[in-house]
Every structure is written in structure tokens, then in C-alpha cells.
Ligand binder design. Sequence first.
Ligand SMILES: C[S@@+](CC[C@H](N)C(=O)[O-])C[C@H]1O[C@@H](n2cnc3c(N)ncnc32)[C@H](O)[C@@H]1O
Length: 287
Amino acid sequence: MLGHLLLERVSLRELQRVPEPTMAMDDPAQVEAFWECGSAAGVLASTYLFNAVQTAHVIRPGDKVLDLACGPANQLVQFARLHPDADFLGIDHAASMIDRARDTVARSGVRNVALRSGDMTSLAGLADASVDCVTCTFSLHHLPEQGSLQQAFREVARVLKPGGGIYICDFGRLKRHSTQAYFAHERREQQTDLFTQDFLNSLKAAFTLADLRRAAALLGGGVGVHQTALAPFMVVLSRPTQAAASAATRDLAMKMVSELSRAQQRDFGNLSRWFRIAGLPIPLDLD
Ligand SMILES: C[S@@+](CC[C@H](N)C(=O)[O-])C[C@H]1O[C@@H](n2cnc3c(N)ncnc32)[C@H](O)[C@@H]1O
């Protein structure tokens, strides 16, 4: 991996964006493959927990949180478990995803998640300044072009209370086809071929760091833009709302990390280090 990242670092090339074949993920087989990879034993579980832990300084008890493009809700359930005193609304454009999300939420036992069909570029039905926090993971790259990315962020700025919390995470555009192929295939034995293809499509459709920075400016001040070390394989946009999380949040986070398998804990540690080297520490002293 290091070899790929070093080549990314020195490469002067820029790959053209290849938009996702479809915006909403409505194909049942695709939904199933994605849900499986995000479930407790799946390849995405450690990344989802990393994202959840990163919200420790972003989501406060009593917050109303909007999760954009929640998909099958594996990530949303992690957020909701770590913040049992906040209320979450997940929206997604795909009916099959919302159906799957309802099932995930019901099975998880969390009681602080509502779900609804919705388009992140047009948050009709949500009043101005009506939510305390917005989250969104691995979904921006589904937007067809930069104009829709900016439209989505304008909507976030509209529905969010002034200075509200933000945690957005997505892939960034890499510079080399071979690095994209490396990441998509890295865990191919543990994922279906459909997921591998989906992963590759996501990396090709990712916005550049510059696109994401430009869009982040629409969210107002205080939003940090962080990438993984050496190359923007993953990019996090975050606006914290509190300096310290509660002891209860820390205990819950430690419990959730302890529930990961050994291999997943190693992945969690690697991702945390990879961001920390680039300036985004893992909260709660978990590393
Ligand atoms: C790769 S999945 C990520 C789901 C989830 N956030 C996660 O991290 O597991 C991308 C999701 O974005 C949804 N999506 C794409 N465009 C959307 C839009 N304009 N509004 C709402 N959802 C959208 C798709 O239907 C799909 O469920």
C-alpha cells in the first residue's frame, strides 16, 4: 500500500471523474452486497466505527441529527448507539435502501432513529435551521456533478442551526488507476464481486479534494477538511461543537471497539493512525 501512496504523492496526473452509473442505489443485489459489507462481520465495520468515534465532539445529547443518504443504516446505527440521547433522521433516495435500513434499525434495537425517503440536494420538508447536526458517509460521490454537490451543501447550510455540528466522510479522487484498483481489490476475498465493482465505481466517481474544499466553504466557518496521509483515499469534513465528550460516550466507544474482531481492531487502529498523521486525531484517547 505504501508504494501506491508514495506514487500518488509524487504523481502530477489528475484522473477524470467517472460518475456513478446510477445516483440512487436501488438494485436489490447491490443493496444486499453493500449491507453485508457494512454488517458487524463485514469489511466496512471498522471504518464505520472510526466515523462514529469521530462524532464524539460533534454530536451532543439532545441533538437532532440528520444523516444524509443513510443507505442500509449500518453506519447510522453506529452513530445512534454511540449517542443514545440524540435523535437521528436518516434519509435516502432509494426505496430499497430505506426498506433495508428499516430492517437494520429494527434488528439493532436502537430506538432513536427515524427513516424517510429523501434527496440530499432538495431537503424539502425540513425547515431552515431545524437540525443540530448533519452527518453523511460515503455518499457524496453518488451526486452526478459538482453543481449537485454544491446544491446539497447549500441545503445542509439551510437546515442546520448556525454553527451546528458536521461530520461528512467520503472518498477523494486518487491520481492513478492502479491505486484505485488496489483499494477496491484489497479485501476481495472478504467481499462479493459486486461490492468490489461498486467500490471501484465509487473511487472513480469521487470528487477531488479541491471540489470538496470549495463545497465546504458553503457550510460556513469552522469546518476542517482532513484527508488520509499521503493521498486523499478518504476525506473528512468536520465541525466539532464541543471540546470534550462525556465519560459515558468514551465508555460506549471503548465497548464498541472491544466488540470488533482482532482484524477489525487492527484496521480501526490503522485508519486512525493514517488520519492522525495527517492531522485528524482520534477522539477519546482511544488509540
Ligand atoms: C454508498 S451508499 C452509502 C450509504 C451509507 N451512508 C453508508 O455509509 O453506509 C450511498 C447511498 O447514497 C444514496 N443516494 C445517492 N444519491 C442520493 C441523493 N441525492 N439523496 C439521497 N440519497 C442518495 C444511495 O441510494 C445510497 O444508498
